[in-house]
Ligand binder design. Structure first.
Ligand code: SGN
Ligand code: CA
Length: 536
């Protein structure tokens, strides 16, 4: 405690005195990795053993069970992380925005006190990264195979699978790219397991001869939900494309004609990028499976089950690639003698539906996409194998890294440093509810704008442009199948949560609710229009 205060004082008064005693930070971040697809989280996918290395990291550090995002989508989650501010404050509310790189971010503040900073992989904030001594990022969503990477000096293409490429860049920088005398921040940000879930060739055999367990809610009919859950466009059945998402009948002659008959360059770009050798190996795996599917001529629920299996396997194979990256980075730190003074964090921008509620994708405030994995190992500080159940958010990461490095936390940041929790403390003044606000609508998957509040037991969601509400008792109904908003037994809890929601909205100074331009066609839902063809 005393040495920490001293470091803070020194760093504030003599910024250039930052020394190698300050902890290094290795931030390993993936895209769309749901906690229930991590063994250490004990979710229903645990039996597939998807993440031996991340589980090992958890056994050496602290695992946060109640870690939530503020806005369940990629760019916004990243902007919240680097600024420590909600979306309406940092200006990146949906993936269509352009991040104002001139604003305060935690990498810039670390750089100021002498940290070496580097960022590799998926950035997704459109404007050029700032605050990094070295960066090399995937443009936009990035590609799985043979991707382009952007640097200050332009674009280069690297052959291979993007998870391996990003890991190699991070390892090279650790070994050869930095000033070994200075503390560092390394952000290693993977594209996987984002849609369209293309694993490395070496992982295609995984789970090939076994079934992945199905989620209990695979055939949810959303009868209790507010109406948006019934007209969304993220169903495995109705919106997951057999070719684009599941590579059914993707032949080497394939020219990118979607099954709906429209040529969509962006959607098919991932396959275009494979080398002939890669594509041949890819087809060698899938062709016999596709032939078997055609012969079986599955329909209805049987076809949904088949689609789920192929999707979940590819998702977990991508996860396995990320897990190997975690193992490689941990080994590298050990080999370089950096283990004892390096904080290692594993997280992902939001959770994901792996067939839960019949869906893929994220965006909703329901548990599967609201939750984020968060595991932090800080040697000498976090108790190995410990678990924390406090309500934490991606809003807290910037503050945590700054405090760990001994930098004063700027007053305009909106989260709370996790350092007291990492030390095993249970601060009395910790938050007892979280604030959520999702904006990207209308857009792909058609999830309307909503805000809400979650406590350790209850959740209230408001689809405010339609004035529809949902209320769940998570203790009685962890799968959120019973919307109790109309249940008189809960009248007092609901009104208490409404007050809290309003209180949080004010506390965070969010005056965007209802003030944004409504979507021009929000009354005409496009249900069925975008349904995929499921014929084989
Ligand atoms: C793309 C995906 C969507 C996904 C968004 C946002 N379609 O549009 O499925 O929801 O990205 O993802 S795809 O045709 O590109 O696969 S995010 O993680 O970047 O927010
Ligand atoms: Ca994401």
């Amino acid at each position: 405690m005393r040495s920490h205060t001293l470091a803070l004082l020194l760093a504030t008064c003599f910024p250039l005195l930052a020394s190698a005693k300050q902890p290094n930070i290795v931030f390993i971040f993936s895209d769309d990795h749901a906690p229930h697809a991590i063994g250490a989280y004990d979710g229903w996918l645990k039996s597939a053993n998807p993440t031996p290395n991340i589980d090992k990291l958890a056994s050496q550090g602290m695992l946060f069970r109640n870690s939530f995002c503020t806005n369940s989508i990629c760019g916004p989650s990243r902007a919240v992380i680097i600024t420590g501010k909600h979306s309406h404050k940092n200006g990146f509310m949906n993936n269509g925005n352009n991040f104002d790189g001139s604003q305060q971010t935690f990498p810039k503040l670390l750089q100021k006190i002498g940290y070496q900073t580097a960022m590799f992989g998926k950035w997704h904030l459109k404007s050029q990264p700032q605050g990094f001594d070295k960066w090399m990022v995937l443009p936009g969503q990035g590609l799985y195979y043979n991707p382009d990477l952007l640097t200050k000096d332009g674009k280069t293409q690297i052959e291979g699978h993007c998870t391996d490429i990003v890991t190699n860049l991070a390892v090279d920088w650790l070994k050869k790219g930095r000033d070994q005398e200075k503390p560092f921040l390394l952000m290693c940000q993977h594209k996987a397991p984002h849609r369209n879930w293309m694993p490395a060739l070496r992982h295609l055999h995984l789970w090939a001869d076994e079934d992945i367990p199905e989620p209990a809610t695979l055939f949810d009919d959303w009868k209790d939900n507010a109406s948006p859950a019934r007209w969304q466009e993220l169903e495995i059945d109705g919106h997951m494309d057999l070719t684009f998402d599941l590579f059914y009948n993707l032949t080497p002659q394939f020219k990118g004609l979607s099954r709906q008959g429209k040529f969509d360059k962006s959607a098919w770009r991932n396959m275009f990028r494979m080398t002939p050798t890669q594509l041949t190996a890819w087809r060698a795996h899938y062709a016999p499976l596709d032939a078997a599917l055609k012969k079986a001529n599955l329909k209805g629920k049987d076809l949904v089950r088949w689609k789920y299996q192929r999707y979940a396997k590819n998702y977990l194979r991508c996860v396995r690639g990320v897990d190997e990256s975690v193992g490689t980075l941990m080994r590298t730190l050990q080999e370089m003698g950096l283990n004892d003074n390096t904080i290692v964090v594993y997280s992902s921008d939001q959770g994901f539906y792996v067939g839960d509620h019949g869906w893929f994708d994220k965006r909703w405030m329901y548990e599967e996409s609201l939750l984020m994995p968060l595991i932090i190992k800080w040697p000498g500080v976090t108790k190995p194998g410990s678990t924390n159940t406090q309500l934490v958010q991606n809003l807290d990461y910037a503050e945590t890294f700054l405090e760990a490095a001994g930098v004063a936390i700027p007053k305009d940041m909106q989260g709370q440093s996790l350092v007291p929790l990492l030390k095993g403390g249970k601060p009395k003044e910790w938050r007892d509810s979280i604030y959520y606000h999702y904006y990207e609508y209308p857009s792909v998957h058609q999830v309307p704008r909503h805000n809400g509040v979650r406590t350790d037991r209850y959740k209230l969601i408001h689809f405010y442009e339609f004035d529809e509400w949902e209320f769940y008792d998570l203790q009685e109904d962890p799968d959120e199948l019973q919307n109790l908003y109309q249940d008189e037994k809960y009248t007092s809890q609901i009104s208490e949560l409404k007050n809290r929601l309003e209180g949080l909205r004010k506390k965070y100074e969010d005056d965007t609710v209802g003030s944004l331009k409504p979507a021009p066609w929000r009354k005409k839902h496009r249900t069925k229009q975008f349904r995929v063809l499921n014929d084989l």
